[in-house]
Ligand binder design. Structure first.
Ligand code: AMP
Ligand code: GLY
Length: 422
């Protein structure tokens, strides 16, 4: 089989490494891929958002199956366009991808179908939004409606920050048209859990739970990033919570999407908060998370490509998805300064990594056989062990064997989880 993977980050490296275990694959193309992905796949110079070019490439190369990983091409309708050209795909179509690409749609869906989430108001006029935040409860959360590279959520701890957030989004158009509408939402508290799930629109199979670490600095301080590290499983996601999530959130969401005529097929990601009133949805993503994928997929014991094909064909069943009982920890190594200004172009040196560890490359390119930094999040190192404690400690032992100038990583990935687990 010839496979095409759209995307070029650490998540795509993890997807490619996992599907490579399938014996029927003769070739994998990554569009655009990155300098680290080159081992398992042929990188093609077509950007993840150049979906018509991707379609033409897929038709020319007679691609048997395509995996659309990032949010932007999914929101742009990459799956619809590829399928129309006869290319079989893993991923939701444009109408189902709206569960991520429009927060207003997602919130209204949850309200209509009684799926637990934060209380909210939607505004399309700046004046009424301003009036509202003058009297609402503080802290308050302001969210741009559309995609904003993970930066469209502002937690305002006081009224002035809420007002400036609204101005930035609606007046200065910091996130372009994504800020034409905003969601102003109740501030929730509690541990966060990410649950990725496979669904073919009839069956939903949650994967092993995980915990992202979104803030740049130790102690969950500093600006939000794409994710600085991750652990799985998440000890806050107990069996009891998992059962409630399945009954109160996961299955109702699939049913709701069907009722709206937007059957979701692909990976549906639930960003959850375990509040005192029970689990609530913080966000939906219509794709695998990054860096969640880098801890979840190494623990998957089944054939990922077979699951993806079954999802597309509506043949998903619990039995074809098996996870190991082990734990994983991924520490992201970034260019110093990320998520703000950072330098790139430095050589990455990778020493001998232990057998229970994998390096996933994200922001790097190849130059004369050398791997050179080329982005904010440069790589992630995932270690697997029987215990979470072992996985965290091995991840840190191994990441020390990797170096590049101005490298930065958090030193406390997994520490909150370890306190809960012990
Ligand atoms: P999102 O991009 O929607 O995942 O939001 C980014 C982060 O903002 C989340 O991971 C949460 O930590 C935080 N967040 C989003 N919505 C809320 C909320 N209603 N209450 C508290 N924190 C939130
Ligand atoms: N790690 C969060 C995300 O992928 O959106």
């Amino acid at each position: 089989m010839k496979i095409m993977v759209i995307g070029g980050g650490g998540r795509e490296d993890a997807i490619i490494k996992k599907i490579s275990e399938n014996k029927n694959i003769e070739k994998i193309y990554a569009l655009p891929g990155n300098g680290g992905i080159m081992g398992e796949a042929t990188c093609v110079d077509i950007g993840a958002e150049e979906i018509y070019k991707a379609r033409d490439f897929a038709v020319k190369e007679k691609i048997d199956f395509a995996i659309v990983a990032p949010d932007d091409p999914l929101a742009m309708g990459a799956v619809d366009i590829l399928e129309e050209a006869g290319i079989k795909c893993f991923g939701p179509d444009k109408s189902a991808a709206e569960i991520e690409s429009s927060k207003v749609f997602a919130k209204n869906l949850m309200k209509k179908y009684n799926i637990p989430t934060a209380e909210y108001e939607v505004f399309s006029e700046i004046d009424s939004a301003m009036e509202y935040v003058k009297t609402c409860k503080i802290p308050i959360v302001i969210k741009a409606d559309g995609l904003a590279k993970g930066k469209g959520v502002i937690i305002a701890m006081d009224r002035d920050s809420a007002i400036s957030a609204i101005k930035e989004i609606m007046q200065d158009k910091k996130f372009g048209d994504s800020g034409n509408e905003i969601v102003v939402e109740e501030f929730l508290e509690g541990p966060e859990v990410s649950v990725l799930s496979f669904t073919d629109g009839k069956t939903i199979v949650p994967m092993i739970s995980s915990m992202d670490h979104k803030r740049a600095n130790d102690g969950d301080k500093g600006p939000n990033t794409g994710g600085m590290g991750c652990i799985a499983p998440n000890p806050f996601y107990t069996e009891e919570i998992a059962k409630r999530c399945l009954d109160e959130i996961f299955v109702p969401t699939i049913d709701a999407m069907n009722k709206e005529g937007r059957t979701f097929k692909g990976c549906l990601y639930f960003g959850l908060m375990i509040t005192e009133d029970g689990p609530k949805v913080i966000e939906y993503n219509c794709r695998f998370g990054d860096p969640e994928t880098q801890v979840v997929l190494p623990l998957l014991e089944s054939d990922l490509l077979e699951i993806m094909i079954a999802v597309r064909e509506g043949r998903l069943s619990e039995d074809i998805v098996k996870f190991s009982k082990k734990s994983a920890c991924c520490v992201v190594m970034a260019s110093g300064g990320y998520p703000n200004e950072y330098e790139k172009g430095y050589e990455i040196k990778i020493g001998k990594i232990s057998d229970n560890s994998i390096v996933y490359i994200a922001g790097a390119k190849r130059k004369d056989d050398k791997l050179i930094t080329n982005g904010g999040r440069v790589l992630g190192l995932t270690a697997i062990d029987d215990t979470l404690e072992g996985a965290v400690s091995d991840a840190y032992d191994n990441i020390e064997k990797i170096s590049f100038k101005k490298a930065y990583y958090r030193k406390d990935i997994g520490s909150k989880a370890l306190i809960e687990a012990l």
